[in-house]
Structures are given as structure tokens and as C-alpha cells.
Design a protein around this ligand. Structure first.
Ligand code: PLP
Length: 405
């Protein structure tokens, strides 16, 4: 399928280009030391990812450890409550450790193993990426340093405990506001100092090349499985595919399976409390082009051009930018990006729990909320939702702030 001059038949061969660009978005805007490290990873990745041994090992791990393939569930009661459109969910909440993040963490840690690295390094905000990477590190017997702002360490005690139980070293970052931005800087600095023995493992389709490419590749299993399963269940393609977008890894995973199909694709960003800067994290809807964390994309900026403060009820979605490939697909118009707010999300959280017996992560509930709205507009047809994770981590927060509905 050719869309605005881009042929999606050959899309994955051509995007990103050799320098890591999706059109004008992406690249590797880092200092010369890190640039060297990125080139080493790029070269190793392109060799290793094609080796039979690597592919066979990743397949075995997905089946034996992660519990893949995850199923697709037909959300019959929820669909009937809305109208005629049939809603389906790809159940990444059933992936081991409860979300899609383990898909790229196992890939990144396996790459580390093949490259002979001893340690994996990462930052974490809410702790979800830290837990997934600590899980992968434990599986492979790698050391694991997770950089986390002191403020986040206090807020996310259960995830800090999980990381420690899994054997990770949680490094407290006390600079600046002591949250995600400072944790990213500290983790990159530590990595630059020790890149011979370690590898940086990013948490989404973000950061300098080759990370947006690698993470997309590792997540693409979600789209490959989902397309096959959906065709098997219904005999046709879904009319629409919907996923929430923080950095954009779960979305790229499922979208990649349908980009070359006559399927409408929707990325859902968090509108939070409303459209004022600081009240949301809808970077593609309200942001402008800019460079942060080593890549060019569309981002929310403050009056000084720095990454703006962002908010979402879902801590996994409150990032002031999105992966460069989303910026590209947005500019092309191949994927439509839209928003739902906190209220709509919490409503969807309870509806999916009550009508289907599935408690979603609040991140994933954004996709469910949007699919419910879209179903009303469409009238007939089918929608496939990527249910990126389970909601156990969110239950206390929801009850405390919204009560039982
Ligand atoms: C981290 C997280 C997200 C957001 O990350 P993406 O890279 O945008 O997918 C979404 N859902 C869950 C359950 C998460 O843990």
C-alpha cells in the first residue's frame, strides 16, 4: 500500500534509514563518546539479529518464559453494551510480568548476552521499565543498574521492592527535580563511562538510533501474532487498530503488523486534566519539532524550549515527546493520533473490569476509552485494541482517587 509517497510494502527496509531517520525525525544527537557506543550497538545488532542462533533463542524464550503467543479476547459484553461494533483485545497483560515491556527487554538483554556484556543499564520513571529489565537481567544472569530519581523512589515503593527482589541495583539520583529527566541523564553518563562492559537498554521506541529501530523490531511480535490471530478468529482484518502512546513501543508493536493493510490505525495520547500545557502529555497533538534525549521528534516545550512538565493519570504515558517513528507516521497521516482525558480513561477502566473481568493498566485503559468512542462513531465493523498491560499496579491509586464505581 502506497500512502503519501511511502510504500508500506517495503517500509521496514527503508525506515529508518542508515542514520536512523524516519523522514526528518530520529537520528542520534549525542556526544562523540556516546556516538561511538551507539555505532557499536548498531553494528552488533545488525549482525546478531539475523543470526539463526539469536532468532531461535528469542523464539524459545518467548514461548517458554514469556508465555507467548498472548491471546486475543473478543470483548463481547462490552461491545454489546455500546452497539454493533465488535471490540477485541490483544492481551499483552498476559505477557509475563504483566505488560508488553518485557518483549523489548528480553530482546535487549539477549543482545547484551550475545555482545558479551556483563551489565545492563537503564533509567526508570514509574518503575515499570526498571522491573521489566530487572526481570530480563535475572533471567540471563546479568548485572542490572537502574537509575531512578529520589522523588520517584519514594512514590513507587512497590516497583522499587520488585527490582530489588529481582536482584537489580537501584541507583538513587538526587540532582535537579529528582525525577525521570535527571535519571535519564545520570544513566547515560554512567553508560558513557563503562560502555565496554555494559549496554544501555531503553524503555520505549525512543532515544538515539538504533534504539527506536531495535525496540520496534522486538515489539513487532505483537503485531505479527495479532494479525494472524485476528484473521484466524474472524476470517478478515479488523477495520481499526487502537493503542495508547507514551513513548510508543506497544503501539509500534501492534501497528507494525497492519501498516501495509487497509486498516485505520489510531494512537491515543493522554489529555489528562485538559489541553493547558502541564495538564496533559499529548505531545503529537500539541507539540512542535525539537531534539531531546538524543533524537529529533515532536515534543512539548516550555517557554525556554526545554521539555515541558507533563501530566497523565497513567504514569507510563507522561513523557513530553513520542518516538520519532510516531512523529513520522503522524506527519504522513498513516496513523491518526487523538486523545482521551483522565475521566474517560477511568470510566473505561471500570467498564472493562466489570463487563469483561479484565482489569487493565491505566495506560491501556486510554486505548479502551478511545475504542469505545470510535465504536459509537463507526456504527458497524471491528476494532482491535492493544491491551498493553494489567492494572494490578494501579488498583490502590484508582480506589484512593476515584473510589469504586
Ligand atoms: C510503559 C507502559 C506504556 C507506555 O509505553 P509505550 O512505550 O508507549 O508503550 C503503556 N502501557 C503499559 C502497561 C506500560 O507499562
Amino acid at each position: 500500500m502506497v500512502f503519501n509517497g511511502v510504500d508500506f510494502e517495503t517500509y521496514f527496509k527503508n525506515y529508518p534509514d542508515k542514520e536512523g531517520f524516519f523522514g526528518k525525525y530520529g537520528g542520534a544527537f549525542v556526544n562523540p563518546e556516546l556516538k561511538k557506543a551507539m555505532e557499536e550497538i548498531t553494528e552488533a545488532y545488525f549482525t546478531i539479529c539475523k543470526s539463526r542462533k539469536f532468532i531461535a533463542e528469542l523464539r524459545r524464550i518467548r514461548a517458554e518464559f514469556q508465555g507467548r503467543p498472548t491471546p486475543i479476547s473478543h470483548l463481547e459484553r462490552l461491545s454489546n453494551a455500546i452497539g454493533n461494533v465488535q471490540l477485541y483485545a490483544k492481551r499483552e497483560d498476559l505477557n509475563h510480568s504483566g505488560a508488553h515491556k518485557l518483549n523489548h527487554c528480553m530482546g535487549e538483554a539477549l543482545l547484551a548476552k550475545f555482545m558479551g556484556k556483563k551489565k545492563v543499564i537503564a533509567e526508570t520513571g514509574a518503575g515499570q521499565h526498571g522491573v521489566a529489565l530487572a526481570t530480563a537481567a535475572a533471567y540471563f544472569g546479568l548485572e542490572c543498574d537502574i537509575y531512578m530519581g529520589a522523588v520517584d523512589i519514594k512514590k513507587q515503593a512497590p516497583n522499587v521492592a520488585r527490582m530489588k527482589i529481582l536482584g537489580a541495583n537501584v541507583v538513587e539520583v538526587t540532582e535537579g527535580l529528582q525525577t525521570l529527566k535527571e535519571a535519564v541523564d545520570a544513566a547515560f553518563a554512567a553508560y558513557a563511562e563503562d560502555y565496554e562492559n555494559s549496554i544501555y537498554c531503553i524503555g520505549s521506541v525512543l532515544g538515539p538510533h538504533p534504539f527506536p529501530l531495535m525496540v520496534r523490531d522486538f515489539q513487532s511480535i505483537v503485531g505479527i501474532e495479532a494479525r494472524d490471530q485476528f484473521m484466524g478468529m474472524t476470517g478478515e482484518l479488523p477495520d481499526a487498530v487502537v493503542a495508547c502512546v507514551g513513548g510508543g513501543s506497544n503501539a509500534m508493536g501492534i501497528f507494525s503488523g497492519f501498516l501495509n493493510d487497509p486498516v485505520d490505525i489510531y494512537g491515543v495520547e493522554p489529555l489528562g486534566r485538559g489541553p493547558a500545557l502541564g495538564d496533559h502529555a499529548a505531545s503529537l497533538k500539541y507539540g512542535t519539532e525539537g531534539i531531546m534525549h538524543g533524537f529529533n521528534s515532536i515534543m512539548l516545550k516550555d517557554e525556554n524550549g526545554e521539555p515541558a512538565p507533563v501530566y497523565s493519570v497513567a504514569s507510563g504515558l507522561d513523557y513530553p515527546s513520542s518516538g520519532p517513528e510516531h512523529a513520522f507516521l503522524h506527519t504522513l497521516g498513516r496513523v491518526k493520533y487523538d486523545v482521551v482525558d483522565d475521566e474517560e480513561t477511568i470510566d473505561a477502566f471500570f467498564k472493562l473490569s466489570r463487563m469483561e473481568g479484565i482489569i487493565p493498566a491505566i495506560e491501556s485503559a486510554h486505548a479502551v476509552a478511545y475504542a469505545m468512542k470510535l465504536a459509537k462513531e463507526m456504527g458497524t465493523g471491528s476494532i482491535l485494541i492493544n491491551l498493553s498491560g494489567r492494572g494490578d499496579k494501579d488498583m490502590d491509586y484508582v480506589i484512593e482517587n476515584y473510589g469504586i464505581r
